[in-house]
Design a protein around this ligand. Structure first.
Ligand code: NAP
Length: 244
């Protein structure tokens, strides 16, 4: 077991997009990154790409919808490091449903919730015992401005015309999970926050967006590295707190 490293971070869905950019930025700061990917080959390719740039990252197979793979990933982290300092719940999907809210079925929402909501619960439950062993555990949940009920209910908001029932309500639920965990853990050193990366050009939105994955990862890294005086139970973007 290598307990000599300063900090260990596990990022789900880290084989591409914002997760991979966050892995790179944390690795550049000397943090040991465990790179979660549901496809072992893609995970290894991503770790090799980081290694080529001198960044050590250990790939683990981790499908947030597969409890056995999550438990196995937790065992790997425990055996190698004995603890976890940073958990980034990054894996996410947009789902295939694009119609009006009234046309969506439970199955359309389930497809997205299984990953964006229930996957976060599975991973957080499995990793919390390891986070509790760290001196200052941090959980960062990748949420979105579209999860904000305050923005959706404001007719002047840029989101007034946005109504993606499956994806946006999954991120609202994720915000609620963030608060629930933060409330429970407020008497511990563990901080739990939601990171809003802005609109980032990645596969999830067919590369439509003004921001790069590296820019989107900035807030993730900031929340992953919060010091003891930092917030917990907040929804934060580069521009500051975003209303729930
Ligand atoms: P992306 O490039 O499509 O990356 C999504 C990642 O999640 C991929 O690595 C994907 O793996 C992984 N994933 C999906 N389902 C998974 C599962 N069941 N188990 C494990 N990994 C799984 O998209 P991204 O933009 O970087 O998204 C990262 C996070 O940021 C998501 O939670 C997204 O909702 C959030 N976000 C993105 C934006 C944006 O504008 N891009 C804005 C706000 C929030 P595969 O390669 O195997 O599919």
């Amino acid at each position: 077991m290598d307990v000599t490293v300063e900090k260990i971070a596990l990022i789900t869905g880290a084989n591409k997009g914002i997760g991979l950019a966050a892995a790179r930025q944390l690795g550049e700061r000397g943090i040991v990154v465990v790179l979660g990917a549901r496809d072992e080959v893609l995970g290894k390719q991503a770790a090799d790409a980081l290694a080529a740039d001198g960044i050590a990252a250990t790939p683990v197979r981790l499908d947030v919808r597969d409890e056995d793979s999550v438990a196995e990933a937790a065992r790997t982290v425990e055996q190698r490091y004995g603890r976890l300092d940073i958990l980034v719940n990054n894996a996410g999907v947009a789902g295939s449903f694009t119609g009006a809210p009234s046309e969506a079925t439970a199955a359309d929402l389930r497809e997205v919730y299984e990953t964006n909501v229930l996957g976060v619960v599975t991973v957080t439950c499995a990793m919390l015992p390891l986070l509790r062993r760290a001196p200052a555990g941090r959980i960062v949940n990748l949420s979105s401005h579209v999860g904000s009920l305050a923005l959706h209910s404001d007719p002047q908001s840029p989101l007034a015309g946005v109504n993606m029932i499956a994806y946006q309500t999954s991120k609202t639920a994720l915000n609620a999970l963030t608060l629930a965990y933060a409330k429970e853990l407020r008497t511990t050193p563990i901080k739990v926050n939601a990171a809003l990366p802005g609109v980032v050009a990645t596969d999830i939105n067919h590369h439509r967006g003004p921001r790069t994955p590296a820019e989107g990862a900035g807030i993730v890294v900031r929340l992953a590295l919060l010091d003891d005086s930092g917030p917990s139970g907040q929804c934060l973007a580069d521009e500051g707190p975003v209303p729930w």
